[in-house]
Design a protein around this ligand. Structure first.
Ligand code: C2E
Ligand code: CA
Ligand code: CA
Ligand code: CA
Length: 277
């Protein structure tokens, strides 16, 4: 429901209302915010379950607003997906990722792959990868270090388009992951045609924490086994308790991304986790 925010707004307390960005606010400020560098990539490490090391990270955008402070993506990404501005934000995040990878390569540090979210708005463009390629080539970083995350709804909503999208990503050397798997109307059948590299199990699988029941674990175990059979890497998202990590390790899940290991952190903090001081 596109405009519920205006409506629900009136019920917030004064404090909350001050922090809320109305759609008009966002529309007025988005271009300036982009120019001033207010869209900042945070990084949430992915932990390899085999040895506990950091095997990669996901870049997640925050709007650092001078007045409101840190605004989480759920407050502005949906609106920017509707007005198309998300394209600029995604490219801005992508550029921060390329810049980071280049600085590691220049310093002789061992890079880890970074994933970025790609909104469906890009796919309306004829050559949607061209602006990405322009940026990547400018920084001279290998595409193999970058993975695009595409959401399940996008993939299963239009599998035909999606197959073409994946092919063009692979042709340029990028990896591709299926985000939020299991959150909506997944069609297992489509998995046979869609040549993704990684499956991210939606955090809904793990939201019960320690109370996760045997039935849920059976489903997770089967999904991980299916992904393995299809030769996909698996990432379990939204894992919050250590007991879940132990069980996932037991079922051969490759990586974990969740608060139990780390929240999304600013770039300097992420580099400290990765390389020490
Ligand atoms: P997502 O792509 O599914 O990203 C994972 C979200 O789960 C992140 O929320 C992350 O902070 C959260 N998360 C990770 N571990 C845990 C956990 O253990 N427990 C819980 N409860 N949550 C966990 P975040 O950063 O608020 O991002 C929300 C959504 O906004 C993302 O969901 C993605 O759909 C969108 N988004 C974020 N950055 C971008 C971007 O640069 N471009 C686009 N197009 N969308 C973005
Ligand atoms: Ca994602
Ligand atoms: Ca996700
Ligand atoms: Ca593979």
């Amino acid at each position: 429901a596109p405009n519920t925010r205006h409506f629900t707004c009136t019920f917030y307390s004064d404090v909350d209302r001050r922090n809320l960005l109305t759609e008009q606010d966002m529309e007025n400020r988005m271009h300036g915010a982009l120019e001033r560098g207010e869209f900042v990539a945070y990084f949430q490490p992915k932990q390899r379950l085999s040895d506990g090391a950091i095997g990669g990270a996901e870049a997640l955008v925050r709007w650092i607003d001078p007045v409101r402070g840190l605004v989480p993506p759920d407050d502005f990404v949906p609106f920017f997906e509707r007005n198309g501005f998300i394209i600029n934000v995604d490219l801005c995040v992508f550029e921060q990722v390329c810049k980071l990878l280049k600085s590691w390569l220049d310093q002789g540090k061992e890079p880890v792959p970074i994933s970025v979210n790609m909104s469906r708005a890009h796919l309306r463009e004829h050559d949607f990868l061209a602006p990405y390629e322009e940026i990547r080539e400018r920084y001279g970083v290998p595409a193999a270090l970058i993975e695009f995350e595409l959401t399940e709804t996008l993939v299963f909503g239009d599998p035909e388009t999606f197959m073409g999208v994946i092919d063009s990503m692979h042709a340029r050397g990028y990896r591709c992951s299926l985000d939020d798997f299991g959150s909506g109307y997944s069609s297992l059948n489509v998995l046979k045609d869609v040549d993704i590299d990684t499956m991210k199990l939606d955090r809904a699988f793990f939201s019960a924490g320690d109370a996760t029941g045997q039935r849920e674990w059976d489903v997770v175990e089967s999904v991980v086994a299916l992904a393995k059979k299809l030769d996909l890497d698996t990432v379990a998202e939204g894992v919050e308790v250590s007991g879940q990590a132990v069980r996932l390790r037991g079922m051969d899940c490759d990586m974990l991304q969740g608060y139990v290991f780390s929240r999304p952190v600013p770039v300097a903090e992420f580099e400290k986790m990765l390389f020490g001081e």
